[in-house]
Design a protein around this ligand. Structure first.
Ligand code: ADP
Ligand code: GN1
Ligand code: MG
Length: 364
């Protein structure tokens, strides 16, 4: 984990145009990529004001200025669709009027208003929480349908190109730079056994059944803020990976994370299952949120999206483990391997529930 001195963080904050006095700053949230800080401050009139300050991970995002270009455009676009400030992330500009601050060490910082009276969940506490997140990501998909895709940079090329992820995985096994491959032979076999599956979505795309849309690409439930009081969906966050993609992958990544009966890094695999009721709930909410946008083929391919995102994510955790844990933040040495195991357990569970998953989307 990268450790950033607190004075660097405060210094970065001071570059933004806020007119507040800082009273506290501490690491925040459970994201695996960026360094996120909650900044507590006071307005000149003494009232409280909070911000989310983020240091963009430039190992993951090689061109952070392109990430910020996308986020500025998308948030400006979304602000034209609503009058409620809490429904869209608000970027705070620097005193120079820029969307980010690049410090003397080459780090990229951005600042958001804190979405007040809201909460984000690492697992849904109720079926309704999950339904609300489905509505939010579905509506997000619908809103972005009118967004000019040609204005967006591809912030991580081939992000959800599963055949390409598989090639990179095979290279990591082959190179085995940490000498860990022999100890995960069973996990490697789990991935190679499913090789034929990885091109399914691209094959459907070539056949004209699966269109490219502007998608979020990281639809974990903790990337949606719910209203604290009403617990209805408020705001979609974590906009770093908005790029062209398949709608079924946005659907699928939510299932992978939020329809699991346990945390992504649960060690006791007997606790890990894909909850079929949550799958059905999310499918209904996502389709409703999309408001008639999705084609029949896209709806029928939702189970494939769920399985694809889950096996791809497991493959990515395993690749990172083989390469020495350089991509995802980890809290202990086998963290990526534990995460990989939950994903593979979910894949196996989806395979056993496949007919039911297909029947559910057919009935919707
Ligand atoms: P990462 O890319 O590392 O996942 P996120 O942008 O998702 O980073 O932020 C991490 C967490 O911080 C989120 O899950 C959420 O809980 C919280 N968060 C991020 N932005 C805001 C915001 N504007 N207001 C309130 N909480 C936020
Ligand atoms: C990362 O940033 P965060 O924690 O929301 C990752 C996703 C993975 C996810 C696994 C840019 O998401 O692709 O699915 O971890 N984001 C990036 O939990 O790689
Ligand atoms: Mg996040």
């Amino acid at each position: 984990m990268r450790i950033i001195e607190i004075n660097k963080t405060i210094n970065a904050f001071s570059k933004f145009d806020t007119n507040v006095t800082v009273v506290g700053c501490a690491p925040y949230g459970n994201g695996h990529i960026n360094d996120t800080f909650l900044v507590n401050a006071k307005n000149p009139d003494g009232s409280d004001k909070r911000f989310i300050l983020q240091n963009i991970n430039s190992n993951v995002f090689k061109k952070p200025e392109q990430v910020m270009h996308n986020i500025s455009l998308v948030t400006s676009f979304l602000k034209t669709q609503t009058d409620d400030a809490r429904r869209v992330l608000t970027l705070v500009k620097t005193k120079d009027g820029a969307a980010f601050y690049n410090d003397e060490d080459g780090r990229y910082w951005r600042l958001y208003d804190f979405v007040e009276s809201s909460l984000s969940l690492d697992l849904p506490e109720t079926t309704e929480d999950f339904y609300q997140s489905a509505i939010a990501f579905g509506e997000f998909q619908k809103l972005l349908n009118d967004f000019p895709v040609e204005e967006l940079y591809e912030t991580i090329p081939d992000f959800h190109n599963t055949p390409d992820r598989y090639r990179k995985f095979l290279a990591a096994v082959e190179n085995d730079i940490c000498g860990r491959a022999a100890s995960v032979a069973e996990e490697i076999k789990f991935v190679t056994d499913r090789e034929a599956f990885y091109s399914v979505l691209f094959d459907n795309n070539k056949e004209g059944k699966l269109p490219l849309r502007v998608t979020h690409n990281d639809t974990k439930i903790n990337n949606v803020m719910l209203d604290l009081e009403t617990r209805t969906a408020l705001c979609v966050i974590d906009l770093d990976t908005i790029m062209p993609g398949f709608s079924v992958n946005d659907f699928g990544d939510s299932i992978r994370f939020g329809a699991s009966t346990a945390a992504e890094d649960e060690k006791d695999l007997s606790k890990v299952e894909m909850d079929i009721t949550l799958f059905e709930t999310y499918a209904k909410g996502f389709i409703k949120g999309c408001g008639g946008l999705l084609t029949k083929d896209e709806i029928m391919l939702m189970p494939e999206g769920a399985k694809m995102m889950t096996i791809e994510c497991g493959m990515r955790f395993l690749t990172d483990y083989l390469e020495g844990d350089t991509y995802f933040k980890t809290k202990y040495p086998e963290h990526n391997l534990d995460r990989c195991h939950t994903q593979f357990k979910l894949v196996a569970d989806m395979e056993s529930k496949w007919d039911k998953m297909k029947e559910i989307v057919k009935n919707i």
